[in-house]
Ligand binder design. Structure first.
Ligand code: DX5
Ligand code: ZN
Length: 217
């Protein structure tokens, strides 16, 4: 699968979000990654459906919305209405994961499942055939700019192996501490969507940053 880059607007300047999104779109981004945090599931608060709705007309890129919230079912209709293209929910927040995935799909949104660094891949083996995307956290979610956790790499390999064995079209995304160096390791392990917050938005030349993460020179 082609490598896709999903800049996370968590590290963008929120006072000029429109410009920040257009900048990475021009710079070759494939998705816009939107980090939603509720101050309960993770120790930080960010944005809700209103901001997703506000940025929807600003870009033609798919909005890849990462829900780091408890009881995500309560907000799926609102994020779908706001214009999310992907909605990803954490396995750790979903006691009825299969139901939640199908609830997302009923809203004609692509469904993703997310695993924290310590959560085993076996937790999603029985829903893999139902999802469009698996997101493997390579940091503990909550903040941008953290250090990549290398022990997640074998999990990427394992998901890639399951996807191949079952002949599925599931995207494998990684999120947290991704830069030009760690991106290589993730791609080698089988990831095809790379989220990058600080490695894109902390650089003045976002196009060059995106190229470096993708591995183009
Ligand atoms: C972390 C978020 C990430 C974050 C990544 O909780 O889910 O999407 O923005 O930021 P970097 O790339 O700086 O680690
Ligand atoms: Zn994220």
């Amino acid at each position: 699968m082609m490598i896709k880059i999903a800049p996370s607007i968590l590290s963008a300047n929120f006072a000029k979000l429109e410009e920040e999104i257009r900048d990475v779109e021009r710079g070759g981004a494939d998705y816009i990654h939107v980090d939603v945090m509720d101050g309960h599931f993770v120790p930080n608060m960010t944005i809700g459906p209103l901001v997703v709705e506000a940025i929807r007309p600003v870009t033609t890129l798919p909005l890849d919305v990462h829900l780091m919230i408890e009881q995500p079912d309560r907000y799926i209709p609102a994020f779908a209405k706001a214009g999310a293209d992907y909605l990803s929910v954490h396995v750790e927040a979903c006691p009825h994961l299969h139901r939640t995935i199908h609830f997302i799909k009923e809203h004609r949104v692509k469904a993703g499942v997310v695993l924290n660094p310590h959560t085993p891949v076996s937790m999603i083996e029985h829903v893999l055939d139902d999802v469009d995307l698996v997101l493997l956290m390579t940091v503990n979610p909550g903040f941008g700019g953290q250090t990549f956790i290398h022990s997640v790499l074998p999990k990427i390999t394992r998901v890639a192996q399951l996807v191949k064995e079952r002949n599925l079209q599931v995207e494998i995304e990684v999120d947290g501490g991704v830069n030009a160096q760690t991106a290589r390791l993730c791609i080698e392990a089988g990831a095809n969507v790379l989220v990058a917050g600080s490695a894109v938005y902390n650089e003045t030349d976002r196009a060059a940053a995106i190229r470096a993460i993708r591995g183009d020179h």
